[in-house]
Ligand binder design. Structure first.
Ligand code: AMP
Ligand code: ZN
Length: 468
């Protein structure tokens, strides 16, 4: 059948054909590093990770670029408000540079815990200001811009079909923008957006600023992605990914400025993930439900269980976070590990049975159909059910292949189940009590573990445990 992907531009699933043979050039809008990435943000990156892994699995050569926005992203996606980085720096009493590196490191540590493959190039906006200035110069030369006392703007009415990605009418767009406070009286059209902010007036004390043909200043958020993607991937990219919230402003502006500059189509396939909601509602600081991966870990949810949770919904549908649902995902993943452990113990390394072919097909078809991860997971469980029914465990090679996309580290599954941390702590405490000859306490702890279904046996070589 071949890979089909839902292209936001066409509003339908399309057969995926790269521009050049089997080479795929992907740009992934990366994090703005002004705070801890929350569990919603990671939906965007787990999705782009599955896309990347699927393409590699299907024998494409992937070049994926991800940016790190460390300047220019204002508190509103339009041109109002303050630079998010500067705001955090002021709140936390640290330099913007310090903030940027700190949250960037944090992001990649969490990304690693989620087994996200590292994109081939990670580029920071602050290290590509030259490329951004060049792109703005090109737009100035081509007459798409105008200058005010405060900024260089892209003049939207000069670009035909500006709203082709969002399919909003320009009037709707103008109404949306007018709800925001206009901070530059010289702006000609409400939808015009800044390519370059000058370091004057509200940005006079902006900590990050660079010299440019228009004086000291800093780039707008949208131009960053256009400049960096085209620098590394050429003027036409195969795929551009991001969250669905980027459609009406950020990606719409990226198309306008890139295509105005090159006269070529900027992106062939626009892919957008839908949102994660928490307990049916929006996530926000004020509601206290803006969880990080660390918050999940503190409540006993392993990062890979959270990865599993993402797969329970296709990336284009909303996904609802509840503690119950991630707990269920963790149980499912544990059952998967249990099966692998059992198959490993059986020494199941014989030739892959013919009957498994069907499940490989089922899995591949699911992914080829716009990365349908719930159906791919169903194929995993159907395979396991069949293996158990036939008592034929020679399917590890199939599962390990699936794991190239699932990323659960199945091959590293230890032969012995790991005792959950809270119980391991009790076993250790009992050991200490025994060494101190405090038999009463040791018995108490043994009883406590027994009540939880963990049975202990003291052997000369040490204490072993098993489940009831
Ligand atoms: P930011 O760091 O704010 O630029 O956002 C990083 C990415 O996370 C973007 O692609 C957003 O679209 C995405 N995003 C933000 N909130 C959510 C959410 N609740 N669910 C899914 N994706 C989100
Ligand atoms: Zn972007």
């Amino acid at each position: 059948m071949g890979l089909r992907l839902y292209n936001t531009l066409a509003r339908k699933k399309e057969e995926f054909v790269p521009l050049e043979d089997k080479n795929v050039r992907i740009y992934t809008c990366g994090p703005t590093v002004y705070g801890f990435a929350h569990i919603g943000n990671f939906r965007a990156y787990v999705f782009s990770d599955v896309l990347r892994r699927t393409l590699i699995y299907l024998d494409y050569n992937v070049t994926q670029i991800m940016n790190v926005t460390d300047v220019g992203h204002l508190t509103s996606d339009e041109d109002v408000g303050e630079d998010k980085m500067e705001l955090t720096a002021r709140k936390e009493g640290r330099s913007v540079w310090n903030i940027a590196r700190f949250y960037e490191d944090f992001f990649f540590t969490d990304a690693q815990k989620l087994n996200l493959q590292r994109p081939d190039i990670i580029c920071r906006a602050t290290e590509h200001v030259d490329a951004m200035i060049e792109l703005v110069k090109k737009l100035v030369e081509k007459g798409f811009t105008y200058e005010t006392a405060q900024a260089i703007y892209f003049h939207v009415p000069l670009f035909p079909n500006y709203t082709k990605l969002s399919r909003q009418s320009l009037d709707e767009k103008i109404v949306a923008v007018r709800e925001e406070v206009q901070e530059d009286p010289e702006k000609k059209h409400p939808a015009d957006f800044a390519l370059w902010f000058k370091a004057i007036r509200r940005f006079e004390n902006h900590a990050m600023q660079w010299d440019s043909p228009w004086g000291m200043g800093f780039p707008g958020w949208h131009i960053e992605c256009s400049a960096m993607s085209m620098k590394y991937l050429g003027e036409t990219l195969d795929i551009h990914t991001g969250g669905i919230d980027h459609v009406p402003v950020h990606h719409t502006n990226e198309i306008a400025q890139s295509e105005a500059a090159t006269g070529k189509r900027f992106v062939r396939y626009w892919l957008h993930n839908n949102f994660l909601r928490v307990e049916g509602g929006k996530m926000s600081k004020s509601l206290g439900n803006l969880y990080t991966l660390g918050d999940l870990e503190a409540r006993g949810i392993k990062p890979l269980s959270y990865r599993y949770f993402f797969f329970t919904a296709a990336y284009r549908t909303t996904l609802n976070f509840t503690w119950e649902a991630v707990g269920a995902a963790q149980s499912s993943l544990n059952s998967l590990y249990k099966f692998v452990r059992q198959a490993k113990r059986e020494g199941a390394l014989g030739p892959e049975p013919d009957w498994a072919r069907e499940y490989r097909d089922q899995f591949n078809k699911a992914l080829e159909d716009d990365l349908n991860t719930p159906r791919a997971l169903a194929a995993v469980w159907d395979l396991i059910r069949e293996a158990n029914r036939r008592q034929d465990y020679n399917v590890l090679s199939v599962l390990y292949d699936f794991d190239k996309i699932l990323g659960f580290d199945l091959e590293q599954t230890p032969l012995e189940e790991e005792l959950p941390e809270e119980y391991a702590a009790l076993v250790a405490e009992r050991q200490k009590a025994r060494e101190a000859k405090d038999w009463a306490r040791a018995d108490e702890l043994r009883k406590e573990l027994e009540d939880a279904g963990i049975l202990l046996e003291d052997r000369p070589e040490g204490t072993i445990w098993r489940r009831e």
